[in-house]
Write a protein that binds this ligand. Sequence first.
Ligand SMILES: [Cu+2]
Length: 246
Amino acid sequence: MSSLSGRLLATDFGSPHGVTVNDKYVRSLWHITYYIGVPLAAIVVGLIVWCLIRYRVKPGDEPRRAAQFQYHIPLEAFYTIVPLILVAVVFGFLYGGEDKITHVSSNPYVKIKVEGFQWGWRFTYPNGHQEQGSYNSVTSINDEKDLPVLYMPANETVQLQLLTDDVVHTFYVPEFLFQRDMIAGVNNVVDINVTKTGTFLGECTNLCGTYHAFMRFNVDVMPVNAFNAWMNSQAPGSIHTAGVHQ
Ligand SMILES: [Cu+2]
């Protein structure tokens, strides 16, 4: 289980590292805004401090009116056009990153239907096998062992169809650096390719009713051979409910 502290430690420029192939696009966006934002902040703060010191009223100074610069057209054009250019540049990178992240393959390794409902999750595999679980089986908010599990192969394109049975929910796995709303009547399809095996905690991040806080799940990412073995051992159409021990 990856801990929050472990996640916070694995950072650069304050950005967490994700575990998917799309991680690099998210982090490059962070870096670009960082490269633009930090020098800008340094210039603004530097000028403020310089003004504070340079134009400070000293003992014996005559009270005087500051120099006035309104209707200085070149200056006004400068501070209107430069921010517009900066925002346009950031938007361009954002558009490019989103384009990569939202790209959907026509030939994924496996398609899994992910349904959110009040209050739990249901994962349906190509042969009809379902993994599901709800707040009913969870005894404590800190208990992660009876959560429904989304099994996925590592290093393969997994296509998730994100649907809701009722209100709006949000599929969110912090380590994927990705979230997507699940809206009634909207067929949201996303590709996830996880490069690291392990268990990652997922959750609904849309306040969706009384037991929203219990709407969590585990993602178990395993080597593709182990995933295939697990998949083949599930009877077609069978249902496994988390927390129900036969
Ligand atoms: Cu929810």
